[in-house]
Design a protein. Sequence first.
Length: 92
Amino acid sequence: MYDSTTGNGITTSTNSDWNADPETYHSQMGFYLKLANGIFLWNSHLQKTTALSSTEANYMALSDYACQIIWIKQMFGKLEFNLKSNSICGDK
């Protein structure tokens, strides 16, 4: 259920699984975006490059999805729906 009274803007989280694919050694990464307490966008796929550590896999996931969040916030801005700044939650 969508709750427009929260005023939280976008909430997002990312995660990655280091060396998830045993053939290519690429990591699996995923994310979700919530607006008004409802998930409206999610994705999961293998990373394009091989990460040498779980920290690098997490960094690549955060970087990739930060670009997508910026694009989404700009799109909402063009619709004159300005969202608050948000943080991206991820593994450490």
